[in-house]
Ligand binder design. Structure first.
Ligand code: SAH
Length: 261
């Protein structure tokens, strides 16, 4: 069996219980060495075969999977965060499909939620934004038309920008154009949940300077939006005057009480 497993953002305890069990039972682990904490490997069996995919091609990764599968071994393909986001797992799965090899995908805690937890905010606030955009700036990998940061910024939704901190000047430029202002809250979270995590808070106007001063140019989330700072309305879910399936409003409770009398 081949299992694609989300390792989580860094802290080894942020993997799922299912993911940890698979790691403990694996005969072969192929891990994405550039971003996955090596500490995860300490949970593997003594005789487990370990490959670092950072120095391998797609074909080499597939070869290891196919050969191990033939021998009836348990393979874990360990990806950072959640494997379904910028994990490059689709191309692996498609080849496995074409060879009739069965696999499973175990989700993980993505770095965008870990980053938001690190700054202790909530992406989705009533009247501020009920939408989260996960995106990146184009680099060597292009971004389809209509998904340019400037266009996305126009929605004023909460944003988590992956793979882009090395291009902070261009990111800021595009976002400011889209928002029509440099006065927009930004948080850059470097290595969310790792021991050397760093949080830099600012605005589109000053964030680039701040993170350059700290030397942050990789492995960071750029979170942008009014969810980081400013006013919001409290949620209806916990509002005493609002009933829902699981809780009656104070008014309904009063009514029920008087009906019972
Ligand atoms: N699948 C991963 C993303 C892989 S792409 C996930 O779900 O998180 C790699 C990018 O993710 C990095 O360039 C960075 O933007 C972000 N990233 C990964 N781990 C991170 C962490 N611990 N803190 C902040 N950003 C991180």
């Amino acid at each position: 069996m081949i299992s694609f497993v989300g390792a989580g953002p860094g802290d080894v305890d942020l993997i799922t219980i299912k993911g940890r069990r698979l790691l403990e039972e694996a005969d072969v682990i192929i891990y994405a060495g550039s971003l996955v904490s090596k500490e995860h490997l300490e949970f593997s069996k003594e005789n487990c075969e370990i490959h670092n995919s950072a120095s391998m091609t797609l074909e080499e990764v597939i070869d290891v999977m196919v050969e191990s599968e033939k021998k009836g071994l348990k393979v874990v393909r360990l990806h950072t965060g959640d494997p379904t986001i910028y994990g490059a797992i689709r191309e692996q799965m498609d080849i496995l499909d074409s060879k009739g090899i069965i696999y499973e995908v175990i989700p993980g805690v993505s770095s965008f939620t870990a980053a938001c937890s690190a700054i202790k905010k909530e992406f989705t606030l009533p009247n501020v934004s009920q939408t989260v955009i996960l995106t990146r700036i184009e680099g060597r990998t292009p971004v389809p038309e209509g998904e340019d940061l400037e266009e996305l910024a126009k929605h004023k939704a909460s944003m988590a920008i992956f793979l882009s901190v090395q291009d902070i000047d261009r990111v800021v430029e595009k976002l400011a154009k889209g928002y029509g202002s440099y006065d927009f809250p930004v948080a850059v979270v470097y290595k969310a949940s790792w021991e050397d995590q760093e949080i830099v808070l600012g605005t589109l106007g000053n964030i680039a300077k701040k993170i350059k001063e700290k030397g942050i140019n990789k492995m960071a989330q750029i979170l942008v939006g009014n969810f980081i700072e400013g006013e919001y309305e409290r949620s209806k879910l916990y509002d005493p005057s609002f009933s829902h399936k699981f809780r009656l409003s104070s008014e309904d409770k009063f009514r029920q009480g008087s009906e019972a009398k």
